[in-house]
Design a protein around this ligand. Sequence first.
Ligand code: AMP
Length: 482
Amino acid sequence: MVSYKPEARSQKPEARSQKLMIKAIRGTRDLLPPDTALWNFVEAAVRDVFRAYNFQEIRTPIFEETQLFARSVGEETDIVSKEMYTWEDKARSFPEWALELLDRVQGTLGGSKLEALNYIASSRAEIEADRWKAQSLTLRPENTAGVVRAYIEHKLWDRGLNKLYYIGPQFRRERPQKGRYRQFYQIGAEVIGPPTAGSESPARDAEVLELLATLLDRLGIENWTLQLNSIGCSNDRAKYNDALRKALEPVAAEMCADCQRRAVTNPLRVFDCKVPEDQPIIEKLPRISQYLDEPCRKHFEEVQAILKSVGVEFHLNDRLVRGLDYYTRTAFEFTHGALGAQNAILGGGRYDGLSESLGGPSAPGIGFAIGEDRLVLALKQSAEAVQVKPDVYIAPLGTGMDREAARLARELRRHDIVVELGDENFRLKKSFETATKAGARYILIVGENEVKAGAFTLKHLESGEQVSVPRSELAKRIQTGR
Ligand code: AMP
């Protein structure tokens, strides 16, 4: 029956609107159990695979200076031009600003604090203007830029070749749809180091690609396709960009507004266009494969040769240019049919000039980012199948038994037994129902008589078998069933 509540009706609109339900922001979502079990399963498998390939974890901040992304991902990309969550952070207090400035000058010039102070004194006018500027910050839309920033900041070249992986959220203001979110999760890796550490070698590209094939196979994801291309180096790119500009000149006017702009500023980005009417024009444009110089062609051939030798299948796709400016040479995507429109499960490539463009030394590298949301969508396993269920549900029976139950739970958990703990206020029937709903294997009854006797009733919930087990043998019995 619906009851009529006059007080609710009489509330003023402002008062009522204050109680409007607060929901998660569009494009973000809560991951709840049992689904989180599937996420944990994926992450555990991924960490195992990374371990076998000798990768180590890196965690970088979720927000960085906006300039980092503008300079690496590229001003003309969709990510930087439309999709970043950027804000002006408050102007800093004088001490915060002064210390940051000192660090920054010392970091750039090297040398002592005194030398940094001298430099600051000599560039006073310029620096004072900076004092009042708010800092522009951005939620990371991808993680490669942060990793390369950390590589430079912590002089990681001293360690030779770095094989790093990360797992974490990224943020892009895209139109939300299935498989595309505004907060999404990436599992990624970067192999980066000085050229002397072998970072430029095609063997690194092939190892990364083979790792990915192993990872997808390990997770039971079938029917993936590796799309492979080489987009050359800056030499080739200059020639190719000229050819693209020339080819686009007579046709750009028929294309979408974005492509008209791209045709002038960054013609390679025309390949990111999703507008159906533009596709026949794009189909006829010259391809980068015709413009690779000898070293780039050889590098790409060697990547393919190693992949063939380890038995990883690939499809050459010379339209694949990836949506970020920093890529050079090998570029790739793994797609999966079951994902529909958002079929790219992961993407990556080489970025040999990225460190220099961020003010660092030469540090060729190759990396990838897997969309974890899409990876989970492509999995066959059900969340229930990988969820950890309690080994035992402890049911305290009657007043004072919560204390005894807590002691027992502590003892059993020390043996790595998964314990769910009940409540002395529950009747036995409710304890059984709760234990069954939680999916526990056993229920353990803790009543006054059991405590006195030092032996407890242990019942296997599925078979109904019930035994009395001395305290000292409980852990073994629950673990082995004997
Ligand atoms: P990208 O570097 O943009 O190719 O991103 C790498 C991978 O991250 C893609 O292949 C997707 O699987 C995933 N990804 C990118 N953007 C989103 C998004 N908005 N929502 C979910 N996954 C995404």
